[in-house]
Design a protein. Structure first.
Length: 397
């Protein structure tokens, strides 16, 4: 990458040991963060990403402000990885990681578990405290592990980044003695690229005809697809109306969840009206949003919803479960809310959206233009908030 680094910028390290399609949400998050920093005229933060030696850098799609460093220390079960783990266990510090960071002059390690390294400040990242609110979706052993991990992370990190004030309240309740470490960093998705003069033919691409609602959430149990299925079943007089879903079809905590959803779809005779597309190209997500009657997010819990952020960037109508973080994300943004398990309330919200007058082409263009302008402001705030966290850490002795 052709990266120009400002002499006054602060180098910040990110270490990515996670990989594979199940981490797409994490990749999207960091793409947005790095893009926001790239657009920051001050260039106050210089991101340096450490990846395993065999990682496919192309899939990350990071902007040119990011420097990539490959290392076998992040190759699971390699000799350097094992030695690093051994040193952490024996002396409490990952020595090989220490060497990597020292060579780059790193003083801040971001979105990372604490390392105990001298001279390196750590900003941990806890996206959400879902297990405190929905323990029924976790095994007892997993609940204990998350509690232990979160307590250690909070106790030994210099700062803890959370994605919402809702998550900050959870952190304060979970670990009140470390309230001073919490910093809210509200995520803003990369503004989608769309062209209203060149629309994707959804009938050709996905066989979609008629009016539809779009539900772009991974098929995890807490995403609450079942309420959307049952709400659609309450609209038998609208056979041309469907719900279209995209996102991963796997739930590692509930391996039979997809099977149960499909059984519910079949029971209501909705196989042609509740469509599950699986993963779709990112560019198609914006098109599906823009051509939908509205975007639905029925989730029982969110840390900070990418679905909502992408919808806001396009100015599309929203129908959302009435949970605290959705209210927080939609301050000043019109949205229809329903109690997460209230099937009839969701069905009524869908009826209301269907009865609303469709905007003219000119009104749609104006709505999109204004939404993107507001979203650029949110991206700038995303960058400013993050830079403030880094500068606070970098200034500490």
């Amino acid at each position: 990458m052709n990266t120009q680094v400002s002499p006054s910028s602060t180098p910040v390290a990110f270490t990515f040991a996670a990989d594979g399609p199940d981490w797409q949400g994490g990749i999207n998050y960091f793409q947005a963060l790095f893009q926001a920093l790239h657009a920051d005229e001050t260039k106050s933060v210089h991101p340096i990403v450490f990846l395993g030696s065999q990682a496919d850098t192309a899939k990350y799609g990071f902007p040119d402000n990011v420097q990539i460093r490959r290392t076998r220390v992040l190759d699971r079960m390699s000799l350097p990885w094992l030695l690093n783990k051994l040193s952490s266990a024996v002396i409490g510090r990952p020595l090989l990681t220490s060497g990597l960071l020292q060579r780059e002059g790193i003083k801040v390690l971001s979105h990372s578990a604490p390392t105990g390294l001298r001279g390196v400040r750590t900003a941990a990242w806890i996206p959400d405290f879902q297990h405190l609110h929905l323990p029924q979706f976790f095994q007892k052993d997993e609940l204990r592990k998350r509690d232990t991990l979160f307590r250690a992370t909070i106790a030994h990190s210099d700062r803890v980044i959370v994605s919402s004030t809702s998550a900050r309240r959870d952190l304060l309740a979970f670990s009140p003695e470390h309230a001073d470490k919490a910093r809210v960093l509200r995520f803003a998705a990369i503004p989608p690229s769309v062209d209203l003069d060149r629309r994707l033919n959804l009938a050709q691409a996905y066989g979609l005809t008629g009016r539809f609602f779009y539900l772009p959430n991974q098929t995890w149990a807490h995403k609450n697809h079942v309420t959307a299925i049952e709400a659609l079943a309450r609209l038998p007089d609208m056979p041309d109306v469907s719900i279209v879903c995209s996102g991963s079809l796997k739930d590692h905590r509930n391996p039979h969840h997809l099977e149960r959803l499909r059984a519910t779809i079949d029971r209501y005779g909705l196989a042609d009206r509740f469509r599950m597309l699986g993963m779709v190209p990112y560019s198609h997500i914006a098109e599906l949003m823009l051509q939908a009657v509205a975007v639905i997010n029925p989730s029982l819990f969110e840390g900070w919803s990418t679905t909502v952020e992408e919808s806001k960037a396009l100015g599309v109508p929203l129908i959302l479960s009435d949970i605290p973080v959705h209210r927080e994300q939609c301050e000043g943004v019109p949205a229809r809310f329903f109690a997460p398990l209230d099937v009839e309330a969701l069905a009524q919200a869908m009826r209301d959206a269907l009865s609303a007058e469709a905007p003219t082409d000119e009104a749609a263009r104006t709505r999109l233009k204004l939404a993107l302008e507001f979203h650029v402001e949110r991206m700038q705030q995303f960058s400013r908030s993050y830079v403030a966290i880094v500068q606070e850490l970098a200034s500490q002795p």
